[in-house]
Design a protein around this ligand. Sequence first.
Ligand SMILES: [Zn+2]
Length: 315
Amino acid sequence: MKKLIQILLCAVMAAFLLAGCGSNVSSSAPADGRLRIVSTVFPSYDFARAIAGEYADVTILLSPGMESHSYEPTPQDMIRIQNCDLFLYTGGESDAWVDDLLSSLDKPVNTVKMMDCVNVYEEEMLEGMQEEEPSGEHETEYDEHVWTSPKNAVRISRAIEKALCGIDPDNAAFYQKNADSYAAELESMDQRFRDFFAGVSKKIMVFGDRFPFRYFAEEYGLECFAAFPGCSSETEPSAATIAFLTDKVKSENISTVFYIEFSNHQVADSIAEAAGAKTALFHSCHNVSAQDQKDGATYLSLMEQNLNTLKEALR
Ligand SMILES: [Zn+2]
C-alpha cells in the first residue's frame, strides 16, 4: 500500500506540474487567504466548520452518502491533503491508508488525529455478535468511533482549536471564541442525553446492524447488543446471532431494533418482525447523505435526532 501511494503521489504531482499549474503547487496559502482544512469523515469536518467559520475552506473527502469503510483516496484527494493547512482523520480502521500517505508526502502536513484526543477503547465483541472472518492477523484493534460520545466531541474540538491557533495565531481569539461556544453546545447536548437516560429504567439498545457506538454506550452506561462489530464488512449474520438478538428483544420486552445510516436494515427488519418490535435509525455520523447535506445536517442536529429517537424507543 505504501509503495502504491508513493507511486501515485509522484505521478499526480508530475502531471500537475506538467499541466502548467506548477507555480502554486507547494504554496499553502489559498488564493482568498482562507485556511484549507481537509477531513476524512463527517464529525471532524463539522467540528472544524464550527470553529474555523469563514476563516477556512473546510472540505470532506467522502462524497455525500459514501460509506466511509469502503473509501479509498483518489489522486486528487492526495493533492488536496498535500496542499492543505490542516488534515483531520480518525486514525482507525476506516482510514488505515492515512499513515502511509502522510509518511510519503514531500513536506509534513499539520494533522489532528481524533483517536489521539481521547481515551480509546478496544473494539468490543458483544455477546451474541457475529464473529469476523478470521484474518490470520491478531492485532489489538482500537475502536475508531470516538466521536459518538459528545464529551469526546468536545475534546476533539479543543484539539482542532489548538491546532488552528498554532497555524494562524493572528486569529487565535476568533477560533477560541467559536470553540468556547461550540463546546458549550456539545456539553448541553451531553447533559440532555444524561438527563434522558437518568429517567430510563432499562438502558438497553439492540442493533440489528454494525455497532459503532461503544463510546456512546460507555458514556451513558448502556447495555448494547448488535449483529456485527463497528467496522465489520459482514452483512450476513449467522442464525445463532439472529436468534440471540431476537430472544433478547423478546425477553427484555424491547420496543425498537436499531439500524445505522446507509444500511439496508434487512437484519434489523427480520429481528423486529420475528420479535414483534419496530425499527429505527440511530445515526453514527460517519458521513451524511445528500439529503442530510441539503437539510444542513450537523453533528449536533444528528445527535438531536438520535435523542428524539431514543425518547420514542426507550421509556
Ligand atoms: Zn467506522
